[in-house]
Design a protein around this ligand. Structure first.
Ligand code: PMP
Length: 398
């Protein structure tokens, strides 16, 4: 049975073009870019070209503002702790309740170290209330860190407006965004829509580069200090021998992403919209988490009342479909997702969420197959579910 992969917000297939450009740095030029001989200098040049390419893709920014990391998790840690270290006089951080754990748990750690953190709530649609946000800004606000796009629901956040408001209130406030799910799917332009953003993080493996490489943009002049010590690499801003093949691959993936962003917003979005419309038509008591809000073009997070996400995923897998659940099943916890909790998804559906996240490698036939099997999976599981009768009687739209 061939696999239908619709879990692209978890990770993506490496693009063949990316594999191709990485190959020589595994086999021929495996040298340490800090070494003095000519071949090693070529590796160092490859990193510099990659930096220029990434900078170009993010809106023609100056390349020395990009530093390569081992992941978006590292980039987020580096952004937040780096800003905190450089600005000891400011104490207040604003974030959202629906950030990825690599921001949320750093904020929690910052609280333990004495910072005050405001967690902006979201509406049932997953949107941030801008008026409420304005009221949270304080004279001692150090940082606003809000993701561009949510990995679970695909909700898009108005980081341009959040940044504009913060800077108009106090130009000393720094703004960071986790753009991990946004790059390649929506506009990410640090000299355009994001020109007020000071720091931006992202990861390779969400845009068809390998896992284990990411990047952090730090705008020149932004008060930030390095977080990793122990080497002069990345001009002392991220110690550790550089992962040359992965950095080269990341840059190629960024280049491809700028070429395919239109396709994401047209062909991929059309597939997602058809999947959404056909499943809503065929399955009773099904809702879209985040419906009505601005969302990524590739993501569909469904609230399936009355059954468990895990059993849905198991059945999908048995039918060759790789998707993911909104609940925290992968972490071994039975707690519902913090994102869906923040969106007040009703208890009849909070354990029954399924996320389909598409990519440019999906086809209409993939959508046909999901539409053909998913309604029956849901119907069968509901027949067996001890929660289904209860869920039906709690909701009226059956
Ligand atoms: N931020 C977001 C929004 C993500 O979706 C992810 C990956 N799930 C990360 C950060 C962490 O990325 P990485 O796996 O590169 O650490």
């Amino acid at each position: 049975m061939s696999i239908i992969y619709v879990d692209n917000n978890a990770t993506t297939a490496i693009a063949p073009e990316v594999v191709e450009v990485m190959q020589p740095y595994f086999t021929h030029n495996y040298f340490n870019p800090s070494s003095m001989y000519q071949a090693a200098q070529e590796a160092a040049e490859a990193i510099q070209h990659a930096r220029e390419k990434v900078a170009h893709c993010l809106g023609h920014v100056e390349p020395d503002q990009i530093l390569f990391t081992g992941s978006a998790t590292e980039a987020n840690n580096s952004a937040l702790f780096g800003v905190a270290q450089a600005n000891p006089k400011r104490n207040h951080v604003i974030t959202s309740a629906v950030e990825h754990p690599s921001v949320l748990e750093v904020c929690q750690e910052m609280e333990r170290r004495g910072h005050e953190v405001t967690y902006l709530p979201v509406s049932h649609q997953g949107e941030i209330d801008l008026d409420a946000y304005v009221k949270t800004l304080r004279p001692d606000t150090l940082l606003v860190t809000v993701m561009m796009a949510n990995n679970e629901t695909g909700n898009l956040f108005p980081i341009d407006q959040l940044a504009e408001i913060a800077k108009a209130t106090d130009p000393g406030i720094l703004v960071h965004t986790d753009a991990t799910q946004a790059i390649g799917k929506v506009e990410v332009n640090l000299e355009g829509n994001l020109k007020q953003v000071d720091l931006l993080s992202f990861s390779g493996h969400k845009l068809h580069a390998p896992k284990g490489v990411g990047a952090l943009f730090v705008r020149r002049g932004a008060r930030w200090r390095p977080y990793m010590f122990g080497g002069h690499q990345e001009r002392g801003r991220r110690a550790g021998t550089e992962n040359v093949p992965y950095i080269v691959g990341l840059a190629k993936a960024c280049e491809l992403a700028t070429q395919t962003v239109d396709e994401e917003q047209t062909r991929v979005k059309a597939m997602r919209d058809r999947l959404e419309a056909e499943l809503l038509e065929k399955i009773p008591m099904l809702e879209v988490n985040g419906q009505g809000a601005e969302r990524l073009p590739n993501t569909l997070n469904l609230a399936v009342h009355g059954i468990e996400g895990e059993s849905i995923l198991y059945e999908l897998s048995a039918n060759g479909i790789c998707a993911s659940s909104g609940s925290a099943c992968t972490s071994g916890s039975l707690d519902p997702s913090h994102v869906l909790k923040a969106m007040a998804v009703p208890f009849t559906a909070i354990h029954g969420s399924v996320r389909f996240s598409l990519s440019r490698y999906n086809t209409d036939a993939d959508v046909d197959h999901i539409v053909a099997v998913f309604p029956e999976i849901v119907a069968n599981l509901r027949r067996l579910s001890p929660f289904w009768d209860n869920a039906k009687s709690c909701l009226t739209n059956v």
